[in-house]
Design a binder for this molecule. Structure first.
Ligand code: FBP
Ligand code: MN
Length: 640
């Protein structure tokens, strides 16, 4: 036994009685039902839709209400659910619709329903956890109100006086809002974000801010997150890609307005050298209007940053032969006289390929003007306090993968050979595969932030590899055909061949082997995002007989026409796992006024034979160890 450790523990629990109380408390917690985990992925800047599934707990709030208010009609449940999802908006809506005295009565009735719901959803937790979930400023009143079974007649006057006082002090609505927040918090205990918060949609920053306010969350980095992180780590190449994708989807506001990055020098440069072409037309969400000049500017900017990206990428490919990316050195495969490119022994004509600043002998070299521009832009990125804060949060809460409660969470894939063997990647004279490879990547990602002023060190370059590499668990395709998609008409060149994993993952044996490689039991699950599930073509997100679930259903608006739905989310509670498919989210206003939920289908992935308890979980295992230590301390209390 470690003397020091026990002495420290004794300081925390300074009497035998205190130790005993804690042992009993922890033991009781272990017997409670497992808390609910919520999984989302591929949010791609769609804040409103994400916020909605967070608020409705992917349907779990409604489930609870149906159990708690068995006699209620569907519309009564929906009405109460909306109040819990959007308390402020719903209260405002009712206030506008009702006479003041009717509104007061309505609020009093709803308060009783909210109290009942809070008690109901708090049942599976200890009283101390429920107490902690109550908002500080109303804790005392709420504890009083919640302590009662029903609004009993002998205490009727007492309650009425509390409510009247709250009304007089204009505190009834704030209290109801606080209760609704508590209910949501108690219904879903923990959120997993399986990658790709950034790109395509307009508000990734708002998503991060929302995540920062949650009490329990983890993130598995996606390829679209890692490139944004790489800008802070000092990669000009990743920065060009971030700029290019933002321009492609008409999202300059996130850069200029919200991260405060000055794009003026880039705009001047792009206007000087580029004219709009068809392939670079920005992709603008339906219903959003944009002036023609603005579209033209986005087009020019996208071209400029694409060429700068290809130049910088070529430099990286030359300095990192170990990345095996030679086949992606596209600028060096161009015949500039013929305006053709040679790829895999075939020659293709280039369409609208304009690169006025390119030196044909050394296509990877930046002009002096471009060097200065790139450095200025990178300094702007790295000086953005807000972006830095967001990236720090991603580093703190995120990782390449996560093992949690017996399940494995990875954004993309685990690189495999065609025969199912783990595919290794050789770096720094060592071959890494499976979990070891992902641990290596994880460590390098963190290392890349140690020297943000160096742009070409291995760790920073690896961040780019994670964006485009076949052995990247965040990407896992043979090549990213960005160049071909812009400049070659022949669509066969656009195809991005996926790593064998994406086929082999249909087989439960593959998943079992992978889980084993990560030290997990065979009955766990693997959870992926990254590849949109085309539900409208009959693709099933539940694969390998339920061992694998792919939850990228397309929160991303531009991808919804391909998937046919608007995102999957997964819930894992004490009864098992459940997948929800969502319909497109229109607006909070519609959700409130029409009490709409936008959940289309629910599918049971797995049902447990015995209700899972805390002791069967990750947290539970830790608690059991704590109990052991406390028991040892209790037995030899006087010795320490
Ligand atoms: O839809 P876009 O903007 O053309 O982007 C396509 C590119 O995005 C990728 O699909 C990567 O993004 P995802 O991680 O969202 O799949 C690449 O494989 C592909 O080249
Ligand atoms: Mn992805």
């Amino acid at each position: 036994m470690d003397e020091k450790y026990y002495q420290l523990l004794k300081k925390q629990f300074d009497s035998k009685a205190a130790v005993l109380t804690e042992i009993i408390n922890l033991n009781a917690i272990c017997e409670l039902p497992k808390a609910t985990e919520h999984f989302v992925s591929d949010l791609h800047g769609e804040y409103a839709a994400f916020n909605h599934v967070l608020r409705n707990g992917s349907g779990s709030i409604k489930e609870k209400l149906k159990e708690c208010f068995k006699a209620y009609r569907v519309d009564q449940i929906s009405d109460l659910a909306t109040l819990i999802y959007y308390p402020e908006e719903k209260l405002k809506y009712q206030a506008e619709k009702m006479r003041p005295d009717v509104f007061d009565t309505w609020r009093q009735n709803k308060l009783i329903e909210l109290l009942k719901t809070t008690k109901f959803v708090g049942e599976k937790y200890t009283r101390s956890k429920v107490r902690k979930a109550l908002p500080q400023q109303f804790r005392y009143i709420l504890e009083e109100l919640l302590a009662e079974e029903e609004f009993s007649t002998d205490k009727k006057d007492y309650f009425e006086s509390i409510i009247k006082k709250l009304l007089d002090l204009k505190q009834l609505s704030p209290l109801m809002i606080a209760l609704a927040d508590t209910i949501r918090r108690l219904t879903v205990d923990h959120l997993h974000v399986v990658g790709d918060i950034y790109d395509r949609g307009p508000y990734p920053d708002q998503i991060i801010e929302r995540l920062m306010g949650l009490h329990s969350v983890d993130i598995q980095w996606g390829n679209h997150d890692i490139v944004w992180m790489a800008t802070i780590a000092g990669s000009p190449l990743a920065m060009m890609n971030v700029l290019r994708v933002s321009e492609r989807y008409g999202n300059l506001d996130i850069l200029e307005e919200r991260y405060g990055i000055n794009l003026r020098p880039l705009i001047d440069y792009a206007k000087t050298y580029y004219q709009p072409t068809k392939a670079f037309q920005p992709i603008i969400t339906e219903g959003i209007s944009m002036r023609e000049e603005e579209k033209q500017l986005l087009n020019q900017l996208q071209q400029a940053t694409a060429i700068l990206q290809f130049k910088l990428e070529s430099q990286l490919i030359h300095r990192r032969p170990e990345f095996l990316l030679d086949h992606r050195d596209v600028l060096n495969f161009i015949d500039f006289d013929q305006k053709t490119i040679r790829l895999k022994d075939k020659t293709y004509p280039l369409v609208d390929f304009n690169a006025p600043t390119l030196d044909f002998e050394h296509p990877e070299v930046l002009t002096q003007e471009e060097k200065i521009l790139t450095q200025r832009l990178l300094t702007h990125f790295q000086s953005s306090e807000k972006l830095k804060k967001h990236v720090d949060f991603l580093l703190e809460k995120g990782g390449m993968y996560l093992c949690y409660n017996g399940n494995l969470l990875i954004h993309g894939c685990l690189p495999l050979h065609d025969n199912g063997d783990l595919r290794s990647f050789r770096l720094e004279k060592k071959a890494y595969a499976g979990r070891e490879l992902l641990d290596y990547f994880d460590q390098k990602v963190r290392e890349s932030f140690i020297n943000p002023e160096t742009s070409d060190d291995l760790a920073t370059d690896l961040l780019w590899y994670l964006w485009v590499g076949e052995c990247s668990s965040l990407f896992g395709k043979e090549a990213m055909t960005t160049f071909e998609r812009y400049y070659i008409e022949d669509k066969t060149t656009h195809h991005e061949k996926k790593n064998a994993y994406y086929q082999l993952r249909e087989d439960p044996k593959t998943i079992e082997n992978i889980l084993e490689n990560f030290g997990l039991q065979k009955d766990g699950h693997l959870i992926n995002g990254h590849t949109p599930i085309k539900e409208k073509n009959g693709e099933n997100p539940i694969k390998a007989q339920g061992r694998l679930i792919v939850i990228d259903g397309g929160f991303s608006k531009p991808y919804q026409k391909e998937t046919g739905i608007a995102g999957y989310t997964l819930l894992y509670n004490s009864f098992g796992m459940q997948l929800s498919a969502h319909q497109p989210f229109s607006s909070v206003l519609e959700a409130v006024n029409e009490s709409r939920d936008m959940i289309s289908v629910k599918r049971l992935v797995d049902q447990v034979t015995e209700r899972k308890r805390v002791r069967d979980t990750h947290v539970g295992q830790q608690l059991l160890k704590d109990i052991e230590d406390l028991e040892a301390l209790y037995a030899h209390f006087d010795r320490y």
